[in-house]
Design a protein around this ligand. Structure first.
Ligand SMILES: [Zn+2]
Length: 506
């Protein structure tokens, strides 16, 4: 059972490459889990109760709900074109969400963890977050490079301070709760430094979910947003089948900038409400563009659809997973994208797919019979590749996982170079040996394609078709990656999967 979520997004602009990075990498994990045969539920969604969203709608002369409806279609369109395979998509303006927020707030209040007070301090409208003096850089919000507002209002507070010790105990008992390590150390330091109670309401606002016990206030957008992970499962509603089946989450995938919300506030909310905590949180790094975080106001936006529309989603997905170690930051450039496309796809994998189909066609009429003797030397390489792939993917080391698959591709290319089947084929006496070599190559490619399915779902399925896999790509499981797992086969020729590109983009 694997329940996986991503952060939900503000809908004040279309998703950029930085946002897409999170969804694509989470999708790779979800697809890997399905490939391993684990029942998987993958949730994404939109965060709509934001004042920025409200303002953006007003700017466009739209009712905020109508604006959010339109943005939902845009987001879904982008995710579809990037082949992101979520099972459910939650919106915080949905009724199921309001029901869950109301129920959770009730439970937290019943636990004695909500009280009335006054908040006075900094508030960054763009982050929609309360800021302490120590969060600011020379008086400015470090994310938005502008001065937050000083606000003073009557708020309701959540007794976060009460959960300092329980949280520390949880981190100690579950070192895997937050990864990578560098994020865990940061958060443990924050908790050890002492936790202040936090404001969980905004006064005199109409856009949001009313506090059940004082409806002139709405639930603070962050407190509201975190609850999506259980509202989508029907928590607090009439039918809790999904909640009972999937909660607690196996993994929250989030950006490193929101670990405090997910690893301090969220678990404390759950503890207060008597609910179980998610098993793991993974805080990924940022993909920068020319050294800057992608931001509309800074003009550093890369549109993921620009790459996906030209080359299909798979080259972009492969690039994002293979170029950067998951958990660390990376820098996107079009030059580097083209370089990797040519190296990894056009020259390497694509060329190998063409070669095997051409040779099998030429020397064996496209028919390859499974050899009866001892498997050739690629068998061991493939076996090891599957083992290291599995090990890497289980700990979300996505880059190492893809590298394991590519190790097998490289070994297969080398095998062809060394065995020179085109030379052997000149003498009819070698026909058996040639057929065996080509079978082994097709088999290695079949195994590599299975490993690449989570990263490149469409093209890996096409490779499987061309090397004569006995079933469609999507029906494969990791167990199918066993050597000689597919019997006799017929290979198919086709157009080059990835023609070389170059110099088209500055
Ligand atoms: Zn800010």
């Amino acid at each position: 059972m694997f329940y996986l979520t991503t952060a939900i997004d503000y809908v004040n602009s279309r998703p950029h490459l930085g946002t897409a990075y999170e969804k694509i990498t989470a999708d790779v994990i979800a697809r890997y889990k399905r490939l391993s045969g684990e029942p998987t539920w993958f949730l994404m969604g939109n965060d709509e109760h934001s004042l920025n969203v409200f303002r953006r709608a007003k700017e466009q002369g739209l009712d905020p709900k109508a604006y959010c409806d339109r943005m939902e279609l845009e987001f879904r369109d982008v995710w579809r074109r990037l082949d992101v395979s979520f099972d459910d998509f939650v919106r915080t303006t949905e009724d199921r969400h309001r029901v869950a927020v109301t129920e959770l707030v009730h439970r937290i209040q019943a636990a004695g963890d909500i009280y009335e007070g006054h908040y006075e301090g900094w508030y960054c409208e763009s982050c929609e977050a309360f800021k302490q003096e120590k969060d600011l850089l020379e008086g400015l919000c470090p994310n938005h490079k502008k001065r937050p507002d000083w606000i003073r209002e009557k708020n309701y507070f959540f007794r976060l301070s009460k959960y300092q010790e329980p949280l520390l105990r949880h981190f100690e008992a579950h070192p895997e709760f937050l990864e990578p390590d560098v994020r865990r150390n940061e958060i443990v330091n924050v908790i050890q430094g002492g936790l202040d109670d936090i404001s969980i309401s905004r006064a005199e606002q109409a856009w949001g979910i009313p506090l059940p016990f004082d409806p002139r206030n709405v639930v603070y957008v962050w407190f509201d947003a975190l609850i999506n992970y259980i509202s989508a499962l029907g928590f607090g509603g009439a039918d809790t089948t999904q909640f009972d089946r999937w909660w607690p989450a196996s993994l929250h995938v989030i950006g490193k900038d929101i670990t405090r919300f997910h690893c301090v506030i969220w678990p404390a909310m759950l503890m207060s409400a008597g609910l179980r905590l998610p098993a793991r949180v993974f805080g990924h790094g940022f993909v920068y563009f020319k050294g800057e975080k992608m931001s509309k106001s800074l003009g550093t936006i890369v549109d993921p659809l620009e790459a996906a529309d030209r080359f299909g989603p798979d080259p972009l997905r492969l690039y994002l997973v293979r170029e950067f170690a998951y958990g660390q930051d990376g820098d996107f450039s079009w030059e580097r994208f083209e370089e990797r496309y040519n190296a990894d796809l056009a020259n390497n994998l694509g060329n190998l797919v063409s070669r095997i189909a051409t040779m099998a066609d030429k020397y064996c009429g496209g028919r390859l019979a499974q050899p009866s003797g001892v498997p050739g030397r690629l068998a061991q390489v493939a076996h090891d590749a599957v083992a290291s792939y599995r090990q890497a993917m289980e700990r979300f080391a996505l880059q190492a996982g893809v590298d394991a698959a590519y190790g097998l591709v490289d070994a297969t290319n080398l095998f062809i170079t060394e065995t020179e089947p085109w030379k052997l084929a000149k003498d009819a006496a070698n026909a058996g040996q040639v057929a065996q070599i080509l079978y082994e190559v097709a088999e290695a490619l079949r195994v590599a394609a299975i490993l690449l399915l989570p990263v490149m779902p469409t093209s890996a399925a096409e490779i499987l078709r061309r090397v004569g896999a006995p079933k469609p790509g999507a029906d494969h499981r990791l167990a199918d990656a066993a050597w000689h797992g597919a019997g006799d086969r017929v290979t198919l020729k086709g157009d080059p999967l990835w023609p070389r590109i170059g110099g088209t983009k500055g």
